[in-house]
Design a protein around this ligand. Structure first.
Ligand code: RFL
Length: 403
């Protein structure tokens, strides 16, 4: 008797159950709360983990506008830094694009994703928002009914069930929302770019006052400021490589070669505090909903980090979804929900196209590849256009900063 009672799932309700407390889930939660919609966030990790999870850093001007519009930009206005230049280093020399003065003349704001997540969480909790930390969503059930449920498990293994009117899947690429989609409910477009990057965080000041993109026969290398003391670097590595195969000395030697330090100056070195191998893959789900389950952020579409778009799309989609859910739940107007998927997909495919273009711009085709010399000549020509053509530069700036 006691046993069956303790193993029965505790039941709770909320109008909107949000899976995941990343940028997508937390922007959505803040906006729903401000719009008077009852919601809860279920997050697998604990709060300390979220505050330390370093990922994105470059926020597009439109992302900043969305956050400002809803009073969520105080932290990034105080501590974020404007950034508006990138520098390409190639076998044909180096050139700089001051994209803040090109295209739509908009800069990025550099603000670490974990700081944005911390700000969004602090604000949501201060406003009385509910977050269940250490709660892993296992499945979304009955998504095609008016009463979907989320089954979940707490950190100490207790089962929990949440009944909702809508479920927002903001739990990333490997989350429960995607897993719960029945076969055939959505179509998945997928591309494996057959390129891998070693993503690094160095406790060292930036070495350039620009984003650095090095195209080298040994592979791509990237440099991106995060704060005045922390810099993100990328090194293209072999598919299947282990991060452990990269001791600090090897990392700094390889970065110096590919970023051509001998010609353009040494890099500021410091301890490597994060190493992760990322396989560059992209995918898009269509549509971004199934019944009462709506997807946003990485759960909706995965972008390779080559163009720094993922967190920006997550924020944009969260705003669209919040507006649509508020219209539906507060005003009985379902048009926003009906158009949510199509509106997001227009932005997603543009971002995918640019990120794919960047992948082809930045990587040397492996020599073993039959069309390598052709592809490499195309890449050189593409870089030459970017170096010399003002209209190409304007196009680049618009795509680079826009979402
Ligand atoms: P997130 O941030 O992954 O958050 C999902 C949250 O869901 C939780 N979760 C679950 N919770 C409950 N139940 C489950 N079953 C759960 N499964 C997962 C997770 O713990 C997590 O807290 O997704 P969201 O909100 O969609 O945000 C997407 C962004 O995080 C992502 O697109 C960006 O980080 C991509 N990205 C970049 N994007 C940019 O716009 N600009 C950049 O400069 C940039 N740099 C990057 C990046 C991604 C990188 N990696 C790690 C691939 C740099 C890197 C290295």
């Amino acid at each position: 008797m006691t046993e069956s009672r303790s193993s029965a799932a505790a039941e709770h309700t909320a109008d909107v159950v949000i899976l995941g407390a990343g940028p997508a889930g937390l922007v959505l939660a803040n906006l729903l709360r401000a719009g008077g919609v009852d919601c809860v966030v279920l997050e697998r990790a604990d709060r300390a983990h979220l505050a330390a999870r370093a990922r994105a850093g470059f926020l597009a001007a439109n992302t900043v506008r969305v956050l400002e519009r809803h009073g969520l930009a105080e932290g990034l206005r105080l501590r974020g830094r404007e950034h508006a230049s990138c520098e390409f280093r190639t076998e044909d020399g180096r050139f700089r694009l001051d994209y803040g003065g090109l295209g739509r003349q908009e800069p990025h704001t550099v603000y670490p994703q974990q700081d944005l997540v911390t700000d969004l969480l602090t604000r949501y909790l201060a406003d009385g928002g509910r977050v269940c930390f250490g709660t892993e969503a296992l499945a979304v059930q009955d998504a095609d009914s008016t009463r979907p449920t989320v089954t979940a498990r707490t950190a100490d293994g207790r089962p929990v069930t949440w009944r909702a009117r809508y479920v927002a899947g903001c739990d990333g690429r490997h989350g429960a929302a995607r897993r719960s989609l029945p076969p055939g409910a959505v179509r998945r477009y997928h591309r494996d770019h057959q390129v891998s990057w070693l993503g690094l965080l160095a406790e060292a000041p930036p070495s350039l006052d620009a984003v650095g993109y090095a195209v080298h026969e040994r592979g791509f290398a990237g440099h991106m400021a995060r704060t005045s003391e922390v810099t993100r670097y990328y090194l293209q590595c072999e598919r299947g490589s282990s991060a452990d195969a990269w001791p600090e000395e090897r990392i700094w030697d390889e970065l110096a070669i590919r970023l051509r330090s001998a010609d353009y100056g040494p890099l500021h070195q410091g301890p490597i505090i994060q190493r992760t191998v990322v396989d560059l893959e992209s995918d898009v789900l269509e549509p971004l909903c199934h019944g009462a389950l709506f997807l946003a952020g990485d759960a909706a579409s995965l972008l390779s980090p080559s163009a720094a778009k993922g967190a920006n799309l997550a924020v944009l989609e969260a705003e669209l979804l919040a507006d649509a859910l508020i219209d539906a739940l507060r005003h009985g107007d379902y048009a926003g929900l009906a158009h949510y998927s199509a509106r997001c997909l227009a932005h997603i495919w543009r971002a995918q196209e640019f990120s794919h273009w960047m992948i082809r711009l930045l990587h040397t085709a492996p020599e073993a590849h039959e069309a390598a010399s052709f592809d490499n000549s195309l890449r050189r020509s593409r870089l030459a256009s970017l170096r010399t053509s003002r209209s190409q530069q304007d196009w680049f700036a618009e795509q680079y900063v826009g979402v």
